[in-house]
Design a protein around this ligand. Structure first.
Ligand code: IVH
Length: 665
C-alpha cells in the first residue's frame, strides 16, 4: 500500500528534478551537481518501480524515452498550423508595413529570430503536457508526444499558476550545432549518410520510432506563440513573457519595435550576428504585437496578414564553371569538384566548389562554361546550387560524367543504393594507396608523426613502398636523398615508424582502414575479440553482437578479410612487430578480485574507462544483471527495465564515486 509519505516524497523528488532540468536546460544556470541529480533520479526511479501507482507520463523519469517502437497517429490541429509569407528585401518589408498601417494606424511589432528547425504545437491542460503534434499538412499532423517529452528544455509540468486551463504553444524544435556535428560524426563513423543540415536532422529525429534514441540526440526547442481562449494578455510580447514565466524557453532576442526603422535595424544586426549563434536561423519573423490588431487584420488562406518572415539571403555568388575535377578517395569513392573563376563569397575567395555526385550534375543540367550559383550554407565547402540559364552561351554541351577512373583508368562501378561511383582497383590505384597510407600514419591511427602526408606520398611516388606494410622495411639511406630531406629528418621518420610498433591493437585495427570501421568501432571490436586472429575467424553473427556493429559494418569486415591481399599485408605487418593482440592490462590492485559488475547509464567519464578501472583492480565486467552479480554501477539515465530487474533481485547498486571508494578502501 502506498502511503501519503511516499506520495509526498515522490512529488518532492519530481519537483526537485524538474527544477534542476529547468535551471540547466532553460536558464543555462544549474544549481545542483550532476551527481546530486543522478541520486535524486535514482531514488525517484526506485520509488516508481516499487509503487506502480505513481505512474505518471509527465514524471521527469520519463525523459529518457522508451525502446518500444511507436506508430504515429494523425491528429487534427485545433488551430490550423499556417505558414508565413516571406519577404526578401527591405522594400518588400516596407510594403508590408504600409499594408498594415492602412488597417491599424498605431502599430507595434515584435521582431523575433526565425529558427531553422521543425514546427511543433504542444497542448497543455491544467498545467501538464498532454500532446505534441508536428505541422503535417497544416490541418493534421503526427502525434509525437513521446519524443517531445524527452526534450529537456520543454516543461512537462508548468511553473506558477496563472496559465490558462487549456492552451497550445507553438515553437520550433532545433538541433544546435554542437549536437548536429556530434551526430554527423557518429553517422559517418558507422557508414551512414550524414544529415545535410540541422533542420533535416531535427525533423528526422522528431519522427524516430524509438524515443530513447531521440532522448540522446540533444534536441532543443524555442517557443514563440500562444493559442487559446483565455490568454494572459492582449499583447504578443507580454504573452511571450508569460510563457517564459511558466517555464518555456523563449528567446531572449525578441524585441518590441514601434517603427519600421527599428525593425530594419534589428534585421541588419541579426543578419551579421546570427553567425555567432549556436543554432541556425534563416531570417527574422515580424509580428503585429496587439492581439486585437491581429484579429482585425485576419488571415489569408495560407498565412496570417499580421506577420511576415524576412528571409536572410543565403550567401551566394555567380561565377563561371571552368572545368570539373574528379577526386579519388582512399575508399575509391569519386567526388566531382567544380573549378571556378575565382569569386568573392562571404569574405573568402572561392575557386572550387562541391558537386556531390553524378545525379546532382544531371539534375542541374550542368555544362562547362556555364555561369553557376555557388552558395555557402551550413557546410564548410561551398557548393554549386544552380545554373544561371539566362547567361548560358550557345553551343554548350551537356556534361558527361566519367566512366573510367581518372587516375588508373579502371572502369568505375556504382553499387546499388550508393550515390557515388567507385574505382574498384583498390590494390593499384595510386590515390587510394596514398589515401590509405595517410590514414595509416594519421594521429589517431599509428601516429607516425615524422612522416607527414606529403612525404608519405613522395615515398610512394618514388617507388620506395607499395603499401602500408612496406613502411616497416624503409631505411634511412633510402630516405635521406629524397627532395627536401636530410639525414636528420630521415632518421626521425624511421624512429617514429619504429615507435608505432607499440601502438595498441585497437588503433592498429582502426589504421587498417577497413571500410566503415571508425575509431569507436575499432575499440569495441578490439575489446570483444582481443586479437586479429579471432576477429578474422569471427562469423557474421558474432560480429553483429558487438555494440556499434550493424549489418553494413559486419559485411565490410568479412569482405576485407576475404581478400587474400589484405591478409597477406596484415601478416607482413605482424611479422614486422605491429600489435595484433590487446595487451593484458597491468594490475593496479586485487581489491575487486572475484567481484562482478554491470555498468549502466551515462557517466562523466567514458564507460570504457570505468571498465578498465574495474579490470585493472581485478574485477570483471559482465553485460547482464543476474542473481549472483556483485554490483550494479549506476549512472545517469539508466533504463527502467534494468532498474526493475536489479530491484527484483536485490542487486547492490553503487555510483561511480562509491566504486572508487571501494577500490581505494
Ligand atoms: S510564428 C501564425 N515565429 O517558420 C504564426 N514562426 O515559415 C506562426 N518559425 O511555421 C509562426 N521561427 O515553423 C513564428 N519566431 C518564429 C519562428 C517561426 C521559426 C517557423 C515556423 C513557421 C515557419 C514559417
Amino acid at each position: 500500500m502506498i502511503t501519503n509519505d511516499i506520495l509526498a516524497k515522490a512529488e518532492k523528488l519530481k519537483k526537485l528534478l524538474e527544477q534542476a532540468n529547468y535551471e540547466y536546460y532553460v536558464l543555462n544556470n544549474p544549481s545542483i551537481t550532476d551527481y546530486e541529480y543522478d541520486m535524486h533520479m535514482k531514488e525517484l526511479q526506485a520509488l516508481e518501480v516499487q509503487y506502480p501507482e505513481l505512474a505518471d507520463v509527465n514524471s521527469p523519469s520519463q525523459r529518457v524515452g522508451s525502446d518500444l517502437n511507436q506508430a504515429f497517429t494523425q491528429v487534427q490541429h485545433r488551430y490550423p498550423m499556417l505558414s508565413l509569407s516571406n519577404v526578401y528585401s527591405v522594400e518588400e518589408l516596407r510594403d508590408f508595413d504600409t499594408r498594415i498601417r492602412k488597417v491599424v494606424s498605431d502599430v507595434s511589432y515584435v521582431c523575433e529570430l526565425k529558427f531553422d528547425g521543425t514546427a511543433i504545437g504542444i497542448t497543455y491542460q491544467n498545467g501538464e503536457m498532454v500532446r505534441a503534434v508536428t505541422r503535417g499538412d497544416g490541418v493534421k499532423g503526427d502525434d509525437v508526444t513521446a519524443n517531445v517529452r524527452t526534450i529537456r528544455s520543454i516543461p512537462l509540468k508548468l511553473r506558477g499558476n496563472d496559465f490558462p486551463a487549456d492552451f497550445e504553444v507553438r515553437g520550433e524544435i532545433i538541433l544546435p550545432h554542437a549536437s548536429f556535428n556530434r551526430l554527423n560524426a557518429e553517422r559517418e563513423e558507422i557508414g551512414e549518410q550524414p544529415f545535410a543540415n540541422p533542420r533535416n536532422a531535427a525533423a528526422g529525429t522528431l519522427k524516430m520510432q524509438n524515443s530513447s534514441v531521440v532522448a540522446k540526440r540533444g534536441l532543443d526547442c524555442y517557443l514563440y506563440f500562444l493559442n487559446g481562449d483565455q490568454l494572459p494578455t492582449e499583447s504578443h510580447y507580454c504573452n511571450l513573457l508569460s510563457m517564459r514565466s511558466w517555464g518555456f524557453k523563449v528567446s531572449e532576442h525578441a524585441m518590441l519595435c514601434t517603427t519600421i526603422e527599428e525593425v530594419v535595424a534589428f534585421i541588419e544586426r541579426w543578419d551579421e550576428e546570427r553567425h555567432n549563434l549556436p543554432y541556425d536561423t534563416d531570417g527574422v519573423v515580424i509580428k503585429v504585437d496587439s492581439l486585437a490588431h491581429q484579429v482585425e487584420l485576419g488571415f489569408t488562406a495560407k498565412s496570417p496578414r499580421w506577420a511576415v518572415a524576412y528571409k536572410f539571403k543565403a550567401e551566394q555568388a555567380s561565377t563561371k564553371l571552368l572545368s570539373v575535377d574528379f577526386q579519388v578517395g582512399r575508399t575509391g569513392a569519386i567526388t566531382p569538384v567544380a573549378n571556378l573563376e575565382p569569386v568573392q563569397l562571404a569574405g573568402t575567395t572561392v575557386k572550387r566548389a562541391s558537386l556531390h555526385n553524378a545525379d546532382q550534375i544531371e539534375l542541374l543540367d550542368l555544362r562547362i562554361n556555364d555561369y553557376v550559383l555557388v552558395e555557402k550554407g551550413g557546410e564548410i565547402i561551398p557548393k554549386v546550387v544552380g545554373v544561371d540559364m539566362d547567361r548560358r552561351g550557345s553551343g554548350l554541351v551537356p556534361f558527361k560524367y566519367i566512366t573510367h577512373c581518372p587516375e588508373c583508368g579502371t572502369l568505375l562501378v556504382r553499387e546499388e543504393g550508393e550515390a557515388k561511383h567507385f574505382c574498384p582497383n583498390d590494390a593499384e590505384c595510386p590515390p587510394q594507396i596514398v589515401g590509405r597510407l595517410e590514414h595509416f600514419i594519421s594521429r589517431k591511427a599509428m601516429n607516425i608523426d615524422g612522416l607527414g602526408s606529403e612525404t608519405a606520398e613522395l615515398v610512394y611516388r618514388e617507388g620506395l613502398i607499395r603499401d602500408i606494410a612496406d613502411l616497416y622495411n624503409l631505411e634511412v639511406e633510402q630516405l635521406k636523398n629524397l627532395e627536401r630531406m636530410g639525414a636528420k629528418s630521415a632518421s626521425n621518420i624511421i624512429k617514429s615508424i619504429e615507435n608505432s610498433k607499440q601502438v595498441p591493437f585497437e588503433r592498429v585495427l582502426y589504421a587498417l582502414g577497413i571500410r566503415y570501421v571508425g575509431e569507436v568501432t575499432a575499440k569495441k571490436l578490439a575489446a570483444h575479440f582481443k586479437s586479429i586472429d579471432s576477429l578474422m575467424a569471427a562469423p557474421y553473427e558474432e560480429l553483429l553482437q558487438v555494440e556499434e556493429v550493424g549489418e553494413k559494418i559486419a559485411e565490410s569486415i568479412i569482405h576485407h578479410f576475404k581478400e587474400p591481399k589484405n591478409v597477406e599485408q596484415l601478416e607482413r605487418l605482424r611479422a614486422n612487430g605491429v600489435q595484433m593482440v590487446i595487451k593484458e592490462v597491468a594490475r593496479a590492485s586485487d581489491k575487486l578480485n572475484n567481484f562482478t559488475f554491470v555498468i549502466s547509464g551515462t557517466f562523466e567519464i567514458a564507460r570504457d574507462e570505468i571498465k578498465s578501472l574495474i579490470e585493472e583492480n581485478g574485477g570483471k565486467v559482465v553485460s547482464s544483471i543476474s542473481g549472483n552479480l556483485s554490483y550494479l554501477v549506476v549512472g545517469e539515465n539508466m533504463g527502467p527495465a534494468k532498474l526493475e530487474k536489479a530491484n527484483k533481485l536485490g542487486t547492490k547498486m553503487i555510483s561511480l564515486s562509491e566504486l572508487k571508494d571501494l577500490i581505494n578502501s
